[in-house]
Design a protein around this ligand. Sequence first.
Ligand code: ZN
Ligand code: ZN
Ligand code: ZN
Length: 371
Amino acid sequence: MNTNTSEAVYLDRINRARTEMKRAGVDALILSVGHDLPYLTGYLAMPLERLTLLVVPQIGKASLIIPRLEAPRVHELPTVFSLVPWNETDDPVRLAHELLGNARTIAVGDQMWSRFLVDLLQHRPDNKYVRSVEVMEALRSRKDAAEIAALKAAGAAADRVAAQLHAGEIPMVGRTEAEVSADISARLIAEGHQKVNFAIVAAGENAASPHHHAGDRVIKHGEIVLCDFGGTMNGYCSDITRCVHIGEPPADIAAAYAVLMEAQAAGVAAGVLGSSCENVDAVTRAIIDAAGYGEYFVHRTGHGIGMEEHEDPYMVTGNSTPIAAGYAYSVEPGIYVPGKWGMRLEDIVVATENGPVAVNNANHALVVLDR
Ligand code: ZN
Ligand code: ZN
Ligand code: ZN
């Protein structure tokens, strides 16, 4: 995981978690598999049948209960947590129970296996259990300086792949969607990602399905090709969508794309502090509706991004949460005409005191390719 991040950053995060615990009336926080654990410790646990569990009391030292054979993979941070390795014949749930002491309200990570939680409930039937999001959401959605730097680096790497796409370095005509997807994936790795999370390539009518799985359909001249790709680089995710047209686009596609570009730019600009998440959605939707394509915009405008591709906050009607400094999220309106064509335009944006900053700056136009 994000081994470049210094111990001071993790110490700051765990201290902020304690402040949130106090506010929420939580005596102890327990985190197993999932991304809250690496956020606080730098260590991403494999989803094993053996228990890994960080126990953070509101007051006092945090402990990472870990199978002894996994312990060598942990980079210890003495000021942040200490390691409590357990042997094959130990009962790690009993260890957790002991570390929890007389905690009454316990916040539990969403991805802790139920087998361990069920055992813990037997040890501690009288505790109150709440979800860790009550503590972690405020932290995870407001990215700190180290996280914003990582998101910008991942975004710049994705932009370089988009620039190669626009320069015609990724041949389209005569190749299958799957071949182009593999090409884009290799370029994400070459540009510095450790992992590719997805590379959607959807040609012509397939582009009308927002999460189309790149298949054996061969790309032809005269088609729009939607490319939505992203990966993980030093623990943080990229996510960008650009469309290209093979040959000059027909009038209907060109007209719809102009609306899409306007809507997306307005959605990015709407990311000002104190405005709401749902307002970002309302702004893009109003422009697409007014142009008569409203029924073809079938999903929310965006999702938060960080260690996970999709995380809080969501840019969707009903989410009245005010936009705060450090929110990182996608702005990705789309227009999908079933059986004909589809298009989406996506950037990652970080909300700052000085207004929204786009992490992606690749050309937003519908670039025309000739091959
Ligand atoms: Zn998506
Ligand atoms: Zn995307
Ligand atoms: Zn996205």
